[in-house]
Ligand binder design. Structure first.
Ligand code: CA
Ligand code: CA
Length: 185
């Protein structure tokens, strides 16, 4: 599936580069020119279209913001290199609890959630509870690594952006998006 999408998207680039496409023999396709990019979050800059209205209505958290009851929203954006397709991406987020948490049902840090989003929808398998073990101590550090699903990669290739949220009693210390592309020239 990934191979088919890649071939379709890049066929024009291959032809313009004077390269010929062979028949699908089932062999792994070698990438002519692998490319890697890492984008570090500096200032949260959300694109509103990626989030639900109820998320946009809540008080907004900055980076390393210790105040409770805020939503952290951010959208990574990039300028796509010509004739490239994103084949993989990993989002790493480091966090710290702004409150303690006693259970997943508590309105303190216990019930906090986070996730990767696009066009108002969180991707299945890339969202959920921040904490799964209790109790949570105030200032407890957490690192979350999301490996992008096929659906998330498709959205990244279509929109040249990717968003995530964290709510509402946990602060974001850092976030970086690592992108793995295959380019044909
Ligand atoms: Ca709260
Ligand atoms: Ca909470």
């Amino acid at each position: 599936m990934k191979r088919t999408i890649f071939m379709t998207a890049l066929i024009g680039c291959l032809l313009s580069a004077g390269m010929a496409l062979g028949q699908d023999t089932g062999r792994p396709m070698l990438c002519p020119k692998p490319s890697y990019e890492t984008i570090d979050l500096s200032t949260p800059t959300p694109i509103n279209a990626d989030f639900r209205p109820d998320m946009l209505a809540i008080a907004r958290a900055g980076l390393n913001d210790a105040a409770p009851n805020k939503f952290f929203l951010h959208t990574f954006q990039w300028k796509p290199p010509q004739c490239c397709q994103i084949l993989g991406a990993t989002l790493t987020i480091t966090l710290r609890a702004n409150q303690a948490g006693t259970s997943a049902a508590g309105s303190d840090a216990g019930n906090d959630s986070m996730g990767v989003m696009s066009n108002g929808v969180a991707f299945p398998g890339l969202n959920g509870a921040v904490y799964t073990a209790f109790p949570v101590a105030i200032n407890q550090p957490t690192t979350r690594v999301y490996v992008m699903s096929a659906a998330a990669l498709a959205a990244m290739n279509a929109d040249n952006r990717l968003s995530f949220y964290v709510q509402d009693d946990t602060r974001v210390l850092s976030a970086k998006l690592q992108i793995n592309r295959c380019c044909v020239k």
